[in-house]
Design a protein around this ligand. Structure first.
Ligand code: BTN
Length: 259
């Protein structure tokens, strides 16, 4: 039986970070960790504050979708105050931190589907949502929301079973959420400090994308387009080659692999 205690002390004690995860606010059940993290950020919470819930009742996904977050999953939000220059890299940072943590704790190899879904064996195991408040060149705050399907039986969720998976389904046994969370917080801080020191995480993110070279359909607002995902720009945009040879730069959207 894998431990189930996500108390702030169990996360913070001997974590080894200097700020990410040094303050943890835990709820057994919450509407969405994004909501509480936003309130905390507006009140000036210390950088690296983590809001975590055992389950969310109104979990939020990208593009106004619902995110299922039952008990057994990880749902957390991390408050950061990056420079405006580093803001676009938070998507890359978060997905790479998840890929590294999953591999370190379970040995499972995962890939990133542009822009930031993490997949194991072609099914989604983690979703990431970044919300920020920016005024001109000033970032008031940025919140990284991470949801990982850890100990879920996807057969209990037939509505997403064909596209989603969980770490326990992939491993055939339960996985320690605590170990995944602690590793994740260490990875987030490490990559964030590297970014602040002028390091680049773009190349590793680009090379971890399962999307490049594949035929994809991208929904961006009300526009849907299809083509070959040729590359990604340094700002995270997708470069899509259409059948007529034209190239589009897509800043945000949802990609479906077509081949
Ligand atoms: C997506 O793939 O659409 C993004 C899903 C993001 C889910 C996480 S769970 C923790 C945080 N709280 C939320 O309500 N959403 C994010």
């Amino acid at each position: 039986m894998v431990e189930n205690n996500l108390s702030p002390a169990s996360i913070t004690n001997t974590l080894g970070t200097s700020f990410v995860g040094q303050r943890v606010i835990y709820y057994p059940s919450l509407t969405s960790t994004m909501e509480v993290a936003k309130q905390e950020a507006q009140l000036g919470a210390v950088e690296g504050t983590v809001v975590i819930a055992d389950e969310q009742t109104v979990g939020r996904g990208r593009i106004k979708r619902v995110w299922l977050s039952p008990k057994g999953s990880i749902a957390l939000s991390i408050i950061l105050y990056p420079s405006v220059v580093n803001l676009p890299y938070l998507i890359m940072l978060a997905s790479l931190a998840v890929v590294h943590s999953i591999e370190a704790i379970t040995g499972l190899r995962s890939q990133i589907k542009w822009p930031n879904d993490v997949l194991v064996n072609d099914r989604k195991v983690c979703g990431i949502l970044i919300e920020s408040s920016v005024r001109g060149n000033i970032v008031d705050y940025a919140i990284i929301g991470i949801g990982i399907n850890v100990n879920l039986k996807l057969s209990d969720f037939p509505e997403i079973q064909s596209v989603a998976t969980s770490l326990s389904d992939e491993q055939g046994r339960d996985v320690s959420r605590l170990r995944v969370i602690r590793r994740l917080l260490v990875e987030v801080e490490r990559l964030y400090l590297a970014l602040q020191a002028g390091g680049s995480i773009y190349e590793e993110w680009r090379d971890s994308l399962i999307t490049l070279g594949r035929r994809v359909r991208v929904k961006s607002g009300k526009t849907v387009c299809e083509g070959i995902a040729e590359s990604v720009a340094r700002d995270g945009s997708l470069l899509l080659r259409h059948s007529d040879g034209n190239l589009s730069k897509i800043v945000a959207g949802d990609a479906t692999l077509r081949d």
